[in-house]
Every structure is written in structure tokens, then in C-alpha cells.
Design a protein around this ligand. Structure first.
Ligand code: PLP
Length: 424
């Protein structure tokens, strides 16, 4: 397992070729340097070369703000630094990942390692395929019914927020989805009791959104489909790899990478192998799981750089001890924030029912809504950005994915307390 640790250890990595060593290398062509790189990167590299111990990579925290965005979201600093160190010349190949053939041995090693690390993290059983696809989780809203249903087939949707609602509406085009529960009238603040769900025993699948990014509602356990052939499908875009999951309970798990595991551009689909190969005839080739499974996600040019970044994140999660450890950290971070909200005497308020509050996306409002804009502006001045709630719901939302450090949440809480003290 490659270590993604401190900037200095990256510089000691024998595979890491620094800019200064590149300039000293008699085989490297200095003429080729100025053309492709901008003035800005040139001036940065000059500083690095003239420094006695070249700071080729920024120190963690040094130039970084606390980014509470819902996605694309903050990534682990060591991962960004490792990518930076490998950007120009990936592990001695003389190319960046972005310039490599997706069919060459270098990139094949990247995608294969990303898959095997993800399998280790989530303990994905052998009878499941892992696909790295394009089109975002939104494309999966169509891919799922297209791959599993004929146009007349019934399927069940439980809608606990806007993303589940979008998935349901997309499915209307390709099969006969039934909305068996929606939390809309209660502004998406709840998860239903599973016993009360009127599932159709003939449904091909039961679809849920495991964590509603906008409303901050998260399933803490999962409904069991009632039909003997009904499978459970989950959109896990915003809590993917935030905690252990028993993959065997699901037919399909899908997730856009850009919250917890990488940049935008790649969507991960984990699918039970026996569900592959049933696509409707009209299914576009790019949405057909069979095509992608047969070609190991390399049917066409995949989002290579995004897959590489996910691979670095998976490695980093394993280095931290896996998803049990990650979940503990996430529980602690979210606990601090929810406690601050609940302990504010009503100055801050989270509308979500306590038992289903998300560990990843924490929405809250201020008793005095006229103060919300000031709250967001003042927080930004203190280096905490992207706290505005989604445009559809307003208020404040702090997304505290895996990569948000505990001290980032503590800083937010301390800011919340001083903001309250100023305004009571
Ligand atoms: C839970 C959930 N599902 C689906 C999506 C849509 O993802 P994408 O933008 O990758 O299509 C999002 C985006 O934020 C999301 O949070």
C-alpha cells in the first residue's frame, strides 16, 4: 500500500521526481518546460528550486480554508498533496495520469488497485461487480430502471428528500414506479417506519436514497424488500464510504464520487452480478451495465483522473483503519455539531428528527432568519465557506464529510457560540 502521508515523506519517495531533479536530469529537455506551463506555475517552481529544502507542496492547513460544501467537497489534504506530487510525472512514467492511455499498464494498475481497495473497504462480496462510470448519480436514476425493468414492471420508491424524488420521476419514463412513501408534506425531515411501508410484492426493486444531501436525513438501517424477487437499491452518493455497509443486503449501490471519495466525473456502481444483462433494448450503450462489466469499466475512455483520485482516497481510508474507524470519527464530529445546535436554546434549530439526522450533511436554521446571511458572511471571513443551505430550502448547511477534520467542526461550533453571544 503506498503511503500518502506528509509532504516531506512524499519528497523522499523514490518514485517522486521533483521539479529540481527534473531540471538536473541530463535526459530531460529544458526547452520543453516553458511552453506548456503558465507564468504562475513557473514562478511557483522558481521559489521551490531556490529554497534550501524545497516546499514543493503546501503544508497541510497552510493555505486551505474549511470547506463545508455539499459536493464537490473537501478532500483529504494528504490525498491532494500526493496527487500534486505525482501530477507532473506519475511514478516515474514521464507522464501525468491525464495523459496516459486508459488501456496502458500504468492506468490499468490504477483502476485495478482502486477497485481492490474499495472491495476491501466495503467488504464487497465476490458476486458483485464494481463499475466506474460517467454521468453522475443522476444518470443512474435512468440506468437503474432501464437495466432492471421492462416498461410495464412495477417498482417501489421511498422518497425521503429531493434526490429520491428526482430518481422516482426519472423512473416514470422507463417502468411503473410506485411512490410508497414520501416525506414531502413534512418537509423531508423523517424516515418512515419500515413496517408501515406498503410494498408491492411484485416490485422489481425498492429504491431509497440512503442520505438526502439537501435535507440531512439518513437511513440508519435499511428496509427489507417484501417481495421474494424484489431487490433493494440505494443511492449512497452522499454517505458512500462514511461507514461500513453490508453490501449483500443490496442489489445495487450507486454513488457519485464528489462528496466523500473523489472529484466529480466518476460514479461508482456496485451491482450483484446476476442483475447484469437484463437491460431494455432501448438502453443506450453507455447506460448498459453489461457493457461496462464485460469491459471492466473501460468500454470507452473512462474519467481516468477522477478514478485515480478515488483510488488515492480509498488507500487513505484503509490507512486510517477502514470504515469502522471512519464512522467513529464521523459520529464524533456530527455529535459535536448537533449538540451545539440543540444546546443553543433555540437560537439554532435542526428540523430533522433526531434518530435520522445525517452524519454528513447538517442543515440548520437560525431563529432569526434575518441573521442567516450575516452568519454565512461572518463565517466566511473566519475561513469557513460554503455554509449556505441548498437554494431549495435555504438556511445553513454544514457538510462534514470524511475529509472534514474534527478541528474544522470544532472551529465552526466555536464560531456559532460567539455569533450567538453577539446576537442575544
Ligand atoms: C444523494 C444524491 N444523489 C444524486 C445526486 C446527483 O449527483 P450528480 O450531480 O453526480 O448527478 C446528488 C448530488 O448532489 C446527491 O447528493
Amino acid at each position: 500500500m503506498a503511503a500518502a502521508s506528509s509532504p516531506n515523506s512524499l519528497l523522499q519517495n523514490p518514485n517522486f521526481q521533483s521539479k529540481s531533479s527534473f531540471l538536473k536530469n541530463p535526459n530531460s529537455n529544458p526547452e520543453s518546460l516553458p511552453t506548456p506551463i503558465s507564468k504562475k506555475s513557473l514562478s511557483i517552481s522558481c521559489t521551490a528550486v531556490s529554497s534550501p529544502s524545497p516546499p514543493l507542496v503546501a503544508k497541510p492547513h497552510q493555505d486551505r480554508i474549511l470547506n463545508f460544501a455539499a459536493g464537490p467537497a473537501t478532500l483529504p489534504e494528504t490525498v491532494i498533496l500526493k496527487a500534486q506530487s505525482e501530477l507532473f510525472n506519475w511514478r516515474g512514467s514521464g507522464m501525468s495520469i491525464m495523459e496516459m492511455s486508459h488501456r496502458g499498464k500504468e492506468f490499468l494498475s490504477v483502476i485495478q488497485k482502486a477497485e481492490s481497495d474499495l472491495r476491501e473497504l466495503l467488504k464487497i462480496p465476490e458476486d458483485y461487480e464494481v463499475l466506474f462510470l460517467q454521468g453522475g448519480a443522476t444518470t443512474q436514476f435512468a440506468s437503474v430502471p432501464l437495466n432492471l425493468c421492462n416498461p410495464g414492471d412495477p417498482v417501489d420508491y421511498v422518497v425521503t428528500g429531493s434526490w429520491g424524488d428526482k430518481a422516482f420521476k426519472e423512473a416514470l419514463k422507463y417502468c411503473k414506479p410506485n411512490l410508497i412513501w414520501t416525506g414531502k408534506s413534512e418537509k423531508y425531515t423523517k424516515i418512515p417506519s419500515f413496517d408501515a411501508l406498503e410494498q408491492n410484492p411484485d416490485a422489481k426493486y425498492l429504491h431509497i436514497c440512503a442520505n438526502e444531501t439537501i435535507h440531512g436525513v439518513e437511513f440508519k438501517n435499511y428496509p427489507v424488500p417484501k417481495g421474494k424477487d424484489t431487490i433493494l437499491i440505494a443511492d449512497m452518493s452522499s454517505n458512500f464510504c462514511s461507514k461500513p455497509v453490508d453490501v449483500s443486503k443490496f442489489g445495487i449501490i450507486y454513488a457519485g464520487a464528489q462528496k466523500n471519495v473523489g472529484p466529480s466525473g466518476v460514479t461508482i456502481v456496485i451491482i450483484k452480478k446476476d442483475l447484469i444483462g437484463r437491460a431494455q433494448a432501448i438502453t443506450p450503450v453507455m447506460l448498459d451495465y453489461k457493457i461496462h462489466a464485460e469491459n471492466k469499466s473501460l468500454y470507452n475512455t473512462p474519467p481516468c483522473f477522477a478514478i485515480y483520485m478515488c483510488g488515492l482516497v480509498f488507500e487513505h481510508l484503509l490507512e486510517q483503519g477502514g470504515l469502522e474507524k471512519i464512522e467513529k470519527k464521523n459520529i464524533k464530529k456530527a455529535g459535536i455539531l448537533y449538540d451545539a445546535i440543540d444546546g443553543s436554546g433555540g437560537f439554532y434549530r435542526c428540523p430533522v428528527e433526531k434518530s435520522v439526522r445525517s452524519l454528513m450533511n447538517v442543515p440548520f436554521t437560525l431563529e432569526r432568519s434575518d441573521l442567516e446571511a450575516e452568519f454565512i458572511k461572518e463565517a466566511a471571513k473566519e475561513g469557513m465557506v460554503q455554509l449556505k443551505g441548498h437554494r431549495s430550502v435555504g438556511g445553513v448547511r454544514a457538510s462534514i464529510y470524511n475529509a472534514m477534520p474534527l478541528d474544522g467542526v470544532e472551529k465552526l461550533v466555536s464560531f456559532m457560540k460567539s455569533f450567538q453571544a453577539k446576537h442575544v
